[in-house]
Design a protein around this ligand. Structure first.
Ligand SMILES: NC(=O)c1ccc[n+]([C@@H]2O[C@H](COP(=O)([O-])OP(=O)(O)OC[C@H]3O[C@@H](n4cnc5c(N)ncnc54)[C@H](OP(=O)(O)O)[C@@H]3O)[C@@H](O)[C@H]2O)c1
Length: 330
């Protein structure tokens, strides 16, 4: 009999790739969402849809009863209460996977490892908050709920992705850099270009979620990120190679950026201290990541077809030109 999978969410970015990965791996797939976003699978008879709001336990329970999923991938658990409800509603499935985040880690260690690196605490106020300030705290509390539910015999796991990129990424973080490389010969990179913020290619996050649902140990968390990491400058080079174009990287320190009224923190995907997740635990389950050149080529191909340009992250080209001008005269 074919296994059935329920994806809570499923229509935007990570969940959309999860659906495709599950279909490729022979699952019957149902998505559960409110219908506020277009459903890319609306013409696809292989993807059923149940409408509901996951913050309404009655809706989620009704979906569980009608679908009777073997596995569940939960892309929309943002509050501890969401995870608390889900581990109860899906207590009899073969695998429930909570999409947590690398932001759940509190300590700055290289790399951050499951079960070793300290997680964020979470106050009752943070648990109910919905600002980005409490995001990591809320995700960490969800991980603790997963741990407790597993001790009660529930097949629950969590997956902690670092920054995710790839086709249909509505955050437009990578789109900013793609747009810069495609449109300018000279691209300003903050700092000395050697900064590292671990990223995860979205198709690899999708396969990780399925593999953890199938093979993961209850109560365990699994980091996911590209197996090979690149610096921010190497990332720009990867984009240029994928686009088959030349691109001159202009490194600009904090002091040099200030000549254009800019700061390193104005640049998306820049992080002062390295953020690196250990991925050995996930790899031990048989997971692997896509070669970076292939991941970037697919990301670029979809970017070209989209209307996303990352302009919401743009620090301002005029300001950048001022910095480049100052550096040219040095
Ligand atoms: N992007 C990253 O870099 C990154 C990194 C680490 C972790 N994450 C985690 O990844 C998850 C987000 O993934 P995604 O947005 O790409 O997933 P997605 O499943 O592709 O898109 C979000 C889905 O959730 C549905 N949704 C939103 N609120 C809902 C609600 N109250 N009830 C039912 N459905 C709801 C949306 O549809 P409707 O609006 O139509 O309901 C949409 O289908 C989050 O848990 C986030 O913390 C992301």
């Amino acid at each position: 009999m074919t296994d059935s999978a329920l994806v809570v969410g499923g229509t935007r970015f990570i969940g959309r790739h999860v659906v495709e990965d599950l279909l490729d791996n022979g699952y019957e797939v149902t998505i559960f969402n409110r219908g506020n976003h277009d459903n890319p699978f609306s013409g696809n008879d292989d993807v059923a849809r149940v409408e509901g709001d996951r913050t309404n336990d009655t809706d989620l329970r009704a979906a569980a009863l009608s679908v009777k999923p073997d596995i569940v991938v939960d892309c929309v658990a943002y509050r501890p209460a969401d995870v608390e409800a889900a581990v109860e509603i899906f207590s009899d499935v073969d695998g429930y996977v909570y999409v947590s985040s690398g932001s759940a880690y509190a300590a700055e260690e290289i790399p951050k490892r499951e079960g070793e690196t300290e997680l964020c605490g979470c106050t009752p106020e943070q648990a109910e908050d919905d600002s980005m300030d409490s995001y990591g705290a809320r995700k960490a509390e969800g991980d603790r709920i997963v741990d407790r539910a597993a001790k009660d015999g529930v097949n629950v796991m969590s997956v902690r992705p670092c920054i995710v990129y790839g086709p249909h990424d509505y955050t437009e973080r990578m789109d900013y850099w793609l747009d810069r490389v495609l449109n300018y010969d000279r691209v300003v990179v903050p700092g000395d270009g050697q900064h590292v913020w671990h990223r995860a290619y979205v198709e690899d996050v999708a396969s990780a979620l399925r593999i953890v649902a199938e093979e993961g140990d209850p109560g365990e968390a699994y980091n996911v990120g590209d197996r090979r990491l690149v610096t921010i400058e190497e990332m720009v080079d990867l984009v240029a190679d994928a686009a088959d174009t030349e691109c001159d990287v202009v490194r600009a320190s904090e002091r040099e950026l200030s000549t254009g009224g800019l700061s390193t923190s104005d640049f998306v995907l820049y992080r002062e201290y390295p953020h690196v997740l250990g991925t050995a635990k996930l790899a031990a389950l048989g997971w692997d990541s896509t070669p970076l050149s292939e991941a970037m080529a697919r990301t670029l191909a979809e970017h070209r077809e989209s209307d996303r340009d990352g302009s919401e992250h743009d620090p301002g080209r005029e300001a950048e030109e001022r910095v480049i001008g100052v550096l040219d005269t040095v």
